[in-house]
Design a protein around this ligand. Sequence first.
Ligand code: ZN
Length: 318
Amino acid sequence: MLTTVALVKGPELLKYSFPAPHPMNSRRIESFYEKVETLPKEMLEALKIVAPKMATREEVALFHDADYIEFVNKKSMEGRGYLDSGDTPSFPGIFEAACYVVGSTLELCRIILSGSVKRGFNPMGGLHHARRSSASGFCVFNDPGVAITYLLEVAGLGAVAYVDIDAHHGDGVCYEFYEDKRVVFADIHQDGRTLYPGTGFRHERGRGEGEGLKLNIPLPPGSGDEEFKAAMLEVKDFLMAHDFDFILFQCGADGIMGDPITDLNYTPASHKLAAEILCDVANKKCGGRILAMGGGGYNPENVADAWTNVVKVFVEKP
Ligand SMILES: [Zn+2]
């Protein structure tokens, strides 16, 4: 018996693409969609294709400051320059493209909350570096941040778990919810002393009411599947020790060997393992509700293999 999985698919998601030679471009997403098409027919039939949806300004403002939203809108109309100090270029229509990423993640939240499916995937989601009032590291609007706020403040959930296996630390999510006891945060990433954004150390465990609810696991450059597995089992124990009503899973594929901008050596088997563990945790803790977001990954073949593994696990696991 296969599980129905909601997958966001449509040309609007491909618009979040920086001009060549920038590594964050639509080829990564196209490569993933092409690989998904090679899955067996019965698995394809288990996918519920969801059209990308554009977030409203009010929705983006659940997480982002109004001044920053207007700044992005203005830079988008100008269509040139940078939104930050040099990682995140502007282009005509970047505002709408970023709103589609956020709106698509929110649409999956709504579909999963409705109970019609328990698992979803937005390949363009997971833009975890954006802060409330600034762009950062290729990320304009922080769709996980908007989704977390939506789930807590609009849908009224008591707590949300956020798990991030992107090679880069999910600083935008970590620090913007650092004191929030309703956000159970776990992040496995390349050691910040050797990679952007230079954060996410072991001692960073939250503050105030959030103390002890953030788990940061930095791995040395060169770490592979074995190191990832040990870290993921620690994440599992951490999650099982807390309560939450929904899992957000940022499954960045830039930790896989051969990525042009990081130094980790996972294989796509790590993504399979992470998805299996998190589906089990979700089934035990929160009625199975899990929403995956693609995140980084700058080698299109790796992206296709890793994310297709996540989709396969989502479909195959009860
Ligand atoms: Zn990354």
